[in-house]
Design a protein around this ligand. Sequence first.
Ligand code: NAP
Length: 258
Amino acid sequence: MARKRRLLLLGGTGEALRLARELDGSSRVHCISSLAGRTDHPVLPPGEVRIGGFGGRPGLVTYLMNEGIELVLDATHPFATQICHHAQKACEDLGIPRAKLVRPAWVPSPGDRWTVMPDIAAAAAFLRVHPARRIFLTLGRQDLAPFVPLAGANDGDPGDGRWFLIRMIDPPDPDTPLPPGEVILGRGPFRPEDETALMRQHHIELLVTKNSGGSAAKIAAAAELHLPVLMIDRPPLPPGEILRSVGEALAWINLHAV
Ligand code: NAP
């Protein structure tokens, strides 16, 4: 029987999980799923799993060599820029085939009230001059710092300050500074009707989100409530092959696992 090709699957997304499930038991590929270790209780894929950073690009090069990795499928989140660039460079250095699986971005529908922001800092700066006071932040806990100085950033009236509904997967560390408001915990996918109810319940006036793509329940809810959305644009990808679905990724793996 032919030897299985050793595949590193960079994960942390639903797509990576689905891929690992598809590849479990494959006769052609031995899949090693890699997670950053950001969440306290990650959903673990089947098969071999490693957790934690590699130690930058040099650490990743060492790992790829030591583990005899022959293929790299980067299925990390569209906003996980560092690991994506490290993987591109490391694979280029070692001549290992690599591709990036990126789910399609959301696009506005007629009637949607989006303002596209180049990055998170720009979104926080924009809020300083926006009249919305009750703001739904659906960002990672590592993205909240630019919003903290908005506490009391008002027109001199303390009662006019902004209030944030902050959704994250895990509770923030107790010493992490947060914008003023309330933290709620939740892991998607969410249902549009629940998102609408949540936004209504908290009298939300504006949604801040990254253009992650995938389940668009909060986008649909904002549209239904005619709420403005600050849509944070995706960072640029490094050069290399782009795959748009789990099916395309499986085809790419099968093509290279010969
Ligand atoms: P990042 O900025 O690109 O990565 C920061 C560092 O985390 C990397 O340099 C690497 O550490 C480590 N890392 C990231 N992904 C890894 C993986 N799959 N396996 C091993 N190490 C990994 O990424 P991030 O934005 O912090 O996201 C971390 C993880 O969460 C990613 O795997 C991503 O798929 C997932 N995620 C991110 C978002 C988001 O909005 N950014 C949303 C949902 C899920 P070393 O330099 O030490 O190798």
